[in-house]
Write a protein that binds this ligand. Structure first.
Ligand SMILES: Cc1cc2nc3c(=O)[nH]c(=O)nc-3n(C[C@H](O)[C@H](O)[C@H](O)COP(=O)(O)OP(=O)(O)OC[C@H]3O[C@@H](n4cnc5c(N)ncnc54)[C@H](O)[C@@H]3O)c2cc1C
Length: 415
C-alpha cells in the first residue's frame, strides 16, 4: 500500500539549493519535506569553492561558525601566471566587504551543517534514500511527488513541489519543461594531492601555457585540488596516452610539483572528469512546481558560481513561497511566486554565465597574437589597482553583502 504524507512544500534533491530552501522555509514555521536519493552526502570535487557572497549568506544563516569549527580553508589571494611568469595577482583583503575571502568547503561538510541546522526546526524533515519517480497531478496542476523509499512507495502531497535535483534534473523532464544544453569547448580532469609545502598557503593559482591551463585550489584539510582542461569528449584519447601524459602536462604548468604529482597520481582512477556544459531553461515553473539551482540553470564550474546561485535561488524562493502560503488563494499566489522568482533571479544567472564563457574563451586562446593580447590584458589590469578591483569584484562579489540581500534582489527586480 502507498503511504501518503502532506507538507507545505516538498523538495526533490538534498543539494545546496534544496537544503537551503528547506532550512529557510522551516525557519519561517512551514512544514517542508526533502527527498534525497542518496543515503549520505558523500560527493567529492563538487562545489567546494564558495564565493565570498555565499560565505556571507552562510554567516547570515548561522552556518559559518559551525563550518569554521571544522577548519575550512579561506583563500587570501589569487595568482595567474603564464609560462612561469606572473601576470596578475589579487589580494582579497583589499576588498572592503564584510566577508572578503572565498572559502573551500567540501560539499559533504556543507550539506551536513545545513541539515543539522534545519533539523532543529520542527517543520523540517528529510527522507533518504528516497528517489522521486513521478509527479502527482490534479487537472494539470502538480500536487506532489511519488517516491521509492526503502520501505516502499511514498506520496508527498504539497501545494508546491521544488525541483532541486541538479544538472541532470529528471523532475524537469517529468514536468515537460524544455532545456537547451550548451557544451563548452573543453572538459576538465580533477585530482587531489597534499598541498605543496613550498607554496605559500591559502592562495588560488592559475597556470597558463598557450591554450592549456590548470587551476590549483587549496582544499580541506591540507590538500590541493587540481583541475586541467582536456578537449571536449577527449577523455578516452587522454587516458590512452597513459598517466605519463598527465605528469608531462603538470611538468609544463607546475614543474616544481613533479615528484609530488608522480607520487600521488599514479593512475587515471586518481582523477575524475567533469563534463562541462551550461543549461538554459526558458521556463522555471509550471503550476504547482518550481525548478531551482542547477535544475533551472546549470553553470560551468569556472569561478565557482554554482553554489552561490543555488543558495541565492533558495533564499529568494523561500521568501516568495512563504508569502504565497500566507495568503487566501494559495494556488494562484504560488504560481505567481514561481514566475516572479525567475524574473528576480534570471538576470543575475545570465551575468554569471556570460562572465564564465568570456573567461573560458580567454583561456582557450592559442595563437601567438592572441596569447600576446591575453598577456597584455592581464598585465594592464594588474597594473591599474582600481580597474583590478572592479574587474575582480564583478567575478567574486555578485550580490551586495547588506542586511537583507533577498529583499534587495526582490526590490531591484521591481525597479
Ligand atoms: C565536479 C564539479 C565541481 C564543481 N565545483 C564547483 C565549485 O568549486 N564551486 C561552485 O560554486 N560550484 C561548483 N560546482 C557546481 C555545484 O556543485 C552546483 O552548482 C551545485 O551543487 C548545485 O546545487 P543544486 O542543489 O542545485 O544541485 P546538486 O548539488 O546537484 O544537488 C541535487 C541533489 O538532488 C538529488 N537527486 C537527483 N535526482 C533525484 C531524485 N530523482 N530523487 C531524489 N533526489 C534526487 C541528488 O542526489 C543531489 O543530492 C561543481 C560541479 C561539479 C559537477
Amino acid at each position: 500500500m502507498t503511504e501518503q504524507i502532506t507538507a507545505d512544500a516538498c523538495v526533490i534533491g538534498g543539494g545546496p539549493a534544496g537544503l537551503v530552501f528547506a532550512l529557510a522555509l522551516a525557519a519561517a514555521g512551514r512544514d517542508v519535506v526533502v527527498v534525497e536519493k542518496n543515503e549520505d552526502f558523500d560527493r567529492s570535487f563538487r562545489g567546494e569553492s564558495i564565493l565570498p557572497d555565499s560565505v556571507w549568506l552562510l554567516d547570515q544563516l548561522g552556518l559559518l561558525q559551525p563550518l569554521r569549527d571544522q577548519k575550512v580553508l579561506e583563500a587570501h589571494g589569487l595568482d595567474i601566471s603564464e609560462n612561469g611568469r606572473p601576470l596578475l595577482s589579487v589580494d582579497f583583503r583589499r576588498f572592503d566587504q564584510p566577508q572578503p575571502f572565498p572559502m573551500e568547503i567540501p560539499q559533504p561538510m556543507l550539506l551536513r551543517v545545513i541539515t543539522e541546522a534545519a533539523s532543529r526546526r520542527p517543520g523540517f524533515r528529510i527522507i533518504r534514500p528516497a528517489k522521486a519517480v513521478g509527479l502527482l497531478r490534479v487537472s494539470g496542476r502538480v500536487t506532489g511527488v511519488r517516491c521509492q523509499t526503502q520501505q516502499g512507495e511514498l506520496e508527498i502531497i504539497s501545494p508546491v513541489t521544488i525541483g532541486a535535483d541538479g544538472r541532470y534534473s529528471k523532475i524537469r523532464d517529468m514536468a515537460g519543461i524544455e532545456h537547451h544544453k550548451a557544451p563548452l569547448e573543453r572538459d576538465v580532469l580533477w585530482f587531489k594531492m597534499p598541498y605543496p609545502q613550498i607554496w605559500e598557503p591559502n592562495r588560488y593559482r592559475i597556470r597558463i601555457k598557450q591554450d592549456r591551463h590548470a587551476i590549483f585550489l587549496p582544499t580541506h584539510p591540507n590538500m590541493v585540488r587540481v583541475g586541467f582542461n582536456i578537449p571536449k569528449g577527449g577523455l578516452k584519447d587522454t587516458r590512452a596516452a597513459g598517466i605519463g601524459a598527465l605528469h608531462d602536462r603538470m611538468d609544463e604548468l607546475a614543474p616544481e610539483l613533479g615528484s609530488l604529482v608522480r607520487e600521488h597520481v599514479t593512475s587515471w582512477s586518481d582523477t575524475i572528469m567533469l563534463d562541462i556544459f551550461t543549461t538554459v531553461v526558458p521556463q522555471w515553473s509550471i503550476p504547482g512546481l518550481v525548478l531551482i539551482g542547477d535544475a533551472a540553470h546549470t553553470l560551468s564550474p569556472i569561478l565557482g558560481h554554482g553554489v552561490n546561485h543555488a543558495i541565492m535561488d533558495a533564499l529568494v524562493l523561500a521568501r516568495l513561497v512563504d508569502r504565497a502560503l500566507a495568503g487566501p488563494d494559495t494556488g494562484t499566489a504560488l504560481d505567481r511566486a514561481g514566475i516572479r522568482f525567475r524574473l528576480v533571479r534570471e538576470g543575475k544567472v545570465r551575468q554569471a554565465r556570460h562572465l564564465q564563457l568570456r573567461q573560458e574563451k580567454i583561456f582557450t586562446l592559442a595563437s601567438p597574437p592572441a596569447t600576446l593580447l591575453r598577456r597584455s590584458l592581464y598585465r594592464m589590469i594588474n597594473g591599474l589597482p582600481p580597474v583590478k578591483q572592479r574587474v575582480l569584484g564583478r567575478a567574486y562579489f555578485t550580490i551586495p553583502q547588506v542586511a537583507d540581500p533577498v529583499a534587495q534582489q526582490l526590490q531591484a527586480a521591481e525597479a
